[in-house]
Write a protein that binds this ligand. Structure first.
Ligand code: GDP
Ligand code: ZN
Length: 402
């Protein structure tokens, strides 16, 4: 009875779909085989063999009929399934937090994976899911099977080798780009990258300038081909403010800006990003004592076997909301953007783009470029324009090496 989709009364007329199984499962796989397949690099999560029977009668028997809603998701069976939030994905398991705050160790039903095959990352941190309770079968341990994944409102992805996009976090609503004004030195270009990554994923970028107690007038130097651009940290902050981004100035030492930071995080799901050493852990600990970021950046060795690495983890905040720590992601890796898309994420370029002489203008050295004209008359900042050029070549180089 458990997990039977047709046990509920459908609200809308359900659609029937035939679902292919990807493997010939006439021979029941043992756990070892799964482990091996998984180690070999196939990131599929599996369903529990106890809850799905497949008749072994050749080609036909490897398809079955299930009931789905208009968006091809299995119909929710509220009597048998519970809603939850995926807080961590590790190896074959998803850790799902239920409404009472209990964490369940879940696998993913194969049919769910099959339906979501296009997305490549069927279940990810931040996903809202429905799962069935299988604790009875394992002596009461909180173990379940994910039966359905709700549509995502945002997706933060990265491009992995082989041109595949991998979703790291789903349903986050903001990205907090954390930098320090000194030690390590402020790198505005990195902030521009975080902004692009956030906008691409459908998240609101929020910039946090930490270590304000170390603020000085030493210019931040961003090099460009002919001459370096010299601005102080305050100039950089003012520039991002003029662009309309929320900028927080904090210090874990003096307590400056901590109340504002708490208000920004409250009741939101916020992805934290920033190079190591900028004060991520110290700041969070100051907001919520005892909240130690649980995981440290992965070693190079671990990175190779990335499927066994925890890329991201959702951490509940006492005062409401979640922060997403991304220890398995390098600071500048948080995106999957094509060079040609970039102009759309440099929002101050957008009004000028239609005035470029050539439709395919990349705003680098084309004649009649309205973006370059806007830079020349001071309507677009030189620093942002050179940051765009730098990012364009970085993306091209990344594309070439894939
Ligand atoms: P993470 O790698 O981003 O998590 O950085 P940490 O939280 O480990 O901080 C790195 C170093 O910066 C530590 O020595 C902290 O004590 C120091 N630090 C963090 N926040 C501040 C701050 O606001 N001001 C100053 N002066 N130091 C800070
Ligand atoms: Zn142009």
């Amino acid at each position: 009875m458990r997990g039977r989709i047709d046990a509920m009364a459908p609200r809308r007329r359900p659609k029937k779909v035939r679902v292919d199984f990807r493997q010939n499962r006439q021979v029941r796989r043992r756990q070892d085989d799964w482990t091996q397949r998984y180690r070999a690099g196939e990131p599929d999560l599996i369903d529990t063999e106890a809850v799905e029977s497949v008749r072994a009668k050749g080609e036909l028997s490897r398809r079955r009929t299930i009931l789905v809603d208009e968006a091809d998701r299995p119909l929710v069976d509220e009597a048998l399934w519970r809603p939850g939030l995926v807080t961590k994905v590790h190896g074959l398991f998803c850790y799902v937090r239920d409404s009472a705050g209990q964490t369940w160790e879940c696998t993913v039903r194969r049919v769910v994976r099959t339906l979501l095959i296009q997305t490549r990352t069927p279940v990810t941190v931040g996903d809202r899911v429905w799962f069935s309770d299988h604790s009875e079968e394992v002596g009461g341990r909180p173990v379940g099977v994910i039966e359905r994944v709700e549509p995502r409102t945002s997706r933060l992805s990265r491009q992995v080798r082989g041109c595949r996009e991998q979703t790291i976090v789903a349903n986050a609503d903001q990205l907090l780009a954390l930098v320090s004004v000194a030690q390590p030195r402020l790198t505005p270009h990195l902030l521009d990258r975080f902004i692009v990554a956030a906008l691409k994923g459908g998240l609101r970028p929020v910039l946090c300038f930490n270590k304000m107690d170390l603020l000085d007038d030493v210019p931040v130097i961003e090099t460009r081909e002919d001459r370096p651009l010299r601005m102080t940290a305050m100039d950089v902050i003012a520039e991002f403010q003029r662009l309309g981004y929320r900028c927080l100035c904090t210090s874990a030492v003096t307590g400056q800006g901590l109340d504002e930071l708490r208000e920004v995080l409250r009741d939101h799901t916020t992805v934290l990003s920033g190079q190591s050493g900028v004060g991520k852990s110290t700041l969070l600990n100051a907001l919520q004592p005892g909240l130690n970021l649980p995981t440290r950046p992965v070693s190079r060795e671990n990175e190779k076997g990335r499927h066994t690495t925890t890329l991201a983890e959702l951490i509940p905040l006492d005062f409401g909301g979640y922060v997403v720590d991304t220890p398995g992601i390098r600071a500048f890796e948080l995106w999957a953007v094509q060079p040609g898309e970039l102009e759309a994420y440099f929002q101050e370029f957008v009004p000028h783009v239609p005035q470029c002489r050539f439709k395919s203008c990349t705003h680098r050295q084309e004649e009649g470029c309205a973006v370059v004209a806007a830079v020349e008359r001071g309507a677009i900042s030189e620093r942002r324009y050179y940051s765009y050029l730098k990012m364009f070549s970085e993306l091209q180089a990344a594309g070439d090496s894939r």
